[in-house]
Design a binder for this molecule. Structure first.
Ligand code: PEP
Length: 263
């Protein structure tokens, strides 16, 4: 019987300088090669664009299958090519070895005014180029406190996913990102059930099981309890992915959670 994959995805954002990023990727890969986690653990490293090629080279230099440790990017442009100064197409990312791309992160929604419609275009472009999109959704603190989280999540799922979506969804409450606060077990369970109920409506099928991850102030301490919540298929990690030891601790913590077979 096969085991459902568990994802541990590190988003470095704009934070590791070149040499430090390469060292970090090397340290993580070497440790995973020395003591490989079980095969259902999928590790993905998402460095800044400028480090994609170098990090890919390091990941592939080691003797780990691509699906066990993969490269991801942090964004892409919707168009395949053209006069778009400063932008990077999905195809360009695949040429550098990326298999995944994070789309619609709250920092891009906030700092770059990305709408659900733009994110949906990016999902289409990424999928057409053969990338697996990791689409971030999540409510702001005021929306949560005003009881609007459910409608925000429903709008983001409807607006930013394509009908034939084949990717990953990361639930990242904006108030949990970088704050050191994580939702209670009960709250996360409620939100996950809601997301799980909304996905088939958007995809118009019950047949596809979209992996849903949690992101927001994840450390190795909460990883086992986060991953024990029904419907959580992995974690998206920001700050704690910037140190090899803390990222490896999260990967190891994920391996300790009893694995389930895919439903
Ligand atoms: C993020 O920004 O996707 C994230 C999860 O960050 P952190 O882990 O630092 O809260």
């Amino acid at each position: 019987m096969s085991t459902a994959p568990k994802f541990v995805i590190g988003n470095w954002k704009m934070q590791a300088q070149h040499e430090r990023g390469l060292t970090l990727a090397g340290d993580v890969t070497k440790a995973l090669e020395d003591t490989p986690p079980p095969s259902h653990i999928r590790t993905v490293i998402c460095p800044p664009y400028t480090q994609l090629s170098g990090v890919n080279h390091i990941l592939r230099k080691h003797d780990l299958p691509t699906e066990r440790i993969s490269l991801g990017a942090q964004d892409c442009y919707p168009a395949p090519s053209g006069p778009f100064t400063g932008d990077i197409s999905a195809k360009m990312l695949t040429e550098l070895g990326a298999r995944y791309v994070i789309l619609g992160h709250s920092e891009r929604r906030q700092n770059h005014g990305e709408t659900d419609a733009v994110i949906r275009q990016k999902v289409k472009a990424a999928t057409a180029a053969g990338l697996i999109p990791i689409v971030c959704i999540g409510e702001h603190l005021a929306e949560r406190n005003e009881g609007r989280a459910a409608s925000v999540l429903a709008g983001q799922i409807e607006g930013s996913l394509t009908r034939g979506f084949r990717g990953i969804v990361a639930y990242e409450p904006v108030w949990a990102i970088g704050s050191g606060i994580t939702p209670s077990h009960e709250e996360l369970q409620r939100k996950l059930s809601l997301i799980r109920a909304l996905l088939p409506m958007r995809l118009m099928t019950d047949d596809i099981r979209v992996p849903v991850l949690y992101g927001g102030s994840v450390t190795s301490v909460q990883t086992p309890s986060l991953l024990s919540i029904d419907g959580v298929d992995g974690v998206l990690v920001g700050s704690a992915s910037l140190e090899a030891q803390s990222f490896l601790d999260i990967i190891r913590a994920a391996t300790e959670v009893p694995s389930s077979s895919p439903s």
